[in-house]
Design a protein around this ligand. Structure first.
Ligand code: UDP
Length: 355
């Protein structure tokens, strides 16, 4: 069996590392296309060095464009490659423009499409990711859902066929790399961090970075906390902070800005933090799986189960310090994201599926 996988962004490299290993074990022949959506060494190359992820066969180098231009140019190149490779399946991850471009090409060329991390919904169509998810799910023949809620969301949209509840590949990734992170990461020493004496923050969603007042109140909220905030900064967030003349918040005693870190360093920082403050999708789940309280600076989340069990709170920046001070860890930590064998199940289902 031959699969063409389309990747483009940081969380997709992490998810693909475990799925590509499972494909290899199952003797599935995979060709990876890297669209270039995330392109620099800290947002891309570092994941191919540290993780068990084969080098892409194709690099499209498409980035830094508006949504339409980016998706269109990706489609053009992906189509050319798929016509050469003629795979049995195309696989895509999550909800980026690379996901959407791959899904549209698959549909146009009548190649079956497998969507890993299907069925997620924030119900906020202002988020570019939400549109990408909805379209991709509706074009997919196999939909690998991480949670029962994701399955329900698909059912509500009339998608019943090809849906498989397999758990979350990010849980697989944590289980696969946690020990290596413990053995090899020196990120705490590098930044002189003591476990439990810092918060970890990541911010990159346009809803938080594209409005100066909002970004200002987020940065201000970090300065009000009882311990410093370690802030591995996404390149677009850094650019916005500079453009919006907010650089005075950076590298103060209360906000320790560091460049984006490797996945192994990120697992180490997450595990050692007092709590995590984020607008990332993946990091909300990682916080839960690693047993850290999470404060999500958004109005809604597609990972609702983490909120329902009490480990994640959707919060406005003005309420952050109060929410952190009043947080009591719930007694229960139910298993939400499967047993850590999602990638193997995905490979087995693909092998057993004739289309
Ligand atoms: N991540 C990382 N280094 C960083 C920040 C995040 O390795 O400096 C990892 C993080 O552990 C998670 C994934 O990137 O696995 C989340 O990606 P991101 O927040 O960019 O995207 P989202 O999940 O919101 O789509």
């Amino acid at each position: 069996m031959k699969i063409v996988t389309i990747l483009g962004a940081r969380p997709q490299f992490i998810k693909a590392s475990v799925v590509s290993s499972a494909f290899k074990k199952a003797a599935i022949n995979e060709a990876i296309i890297h669209t270039g959506q995330h392109f620099d060494s800290l947002m891309s190359d570092i994941f191919f060095q540290d993780l068990d992820l084969p080098q892409p066969q194709y690099h499209l180098n498409i980035h830094s464009l508006n949504h339409g231009a980016m998706t269109g140019r990706m489609m053009e190149k992906i189509e050319e490659i798929v016509l050469q490779e003629l795979p049995d399946w195309i696989s895509v991850y999550g909800d980026t423009n690379s996901t959407l471009a791959g899904a549209l090409v698959a549909a146009k060329l009548h190649i079956p499409l497998a969507h890993i991390e299907a069925g997620l919904r924030s119900f906020n169509r202002q988020m570019p990711e939400e549109v990408n998810r909805v379209v991709t799910d509706h074009l997919s023949q196999l939909l690998f859902a991480p949670t029962p809620l994701a399955v329900q969301c698909l059912q509500k949209e009339g998608i019943h066929q090809g849906v498989h509840l397999v758990g979350d590949v990010m849980k697989d990734a944590i289980l696969s790399y946690q020990a290596k992170a413990k053995q090899t990461s020196s990120v705490l020493a590098k930044h002189q961090l003591t476990p439990d004496k810092f918060y970890l923050a990541t911010i990159h969603r346009p809803s938080n970075t594209d409005d100066r007042d909002r970004l200002n109140s987020i940065l201000q909220s970090f300065t009000k906390l009882d311990f410093p905030v370690v802030f591995p900064i996404h390149p677009r967030t850094l650019a916005q902070i500079r453009n919006m003349d907010l650089s005075h918040y950076l590298n103060t005693d209360s906000i320790v800005v560091i460049p984006p870190v490797s996945y192994l360093d990120m697992l180490t920082l997450e595990s050692a933090s007092r709590s995590i403050i984020t607008d990332s999708g993946g990091i909300q789940k990682e916080a839960y799986i690693l047993g850290r309280p999470c404060f999500t600076l958004r109005n809604e989340t597609e990972w609702k189960e983490t909120v329902e069990v009490g480990w994640n709170q959707l919060i406005q920046p003005e309420k952050l310090s109060e929410a952190i001070a009043n947080f009591t860890p719930p007694a229960e930590v139910p298993t939400l994201y499967g047993q850590g064998n999602a990638a193997t199940e995905i490979a087995e289902i693909l092998i057993g599926c004739s289309y």
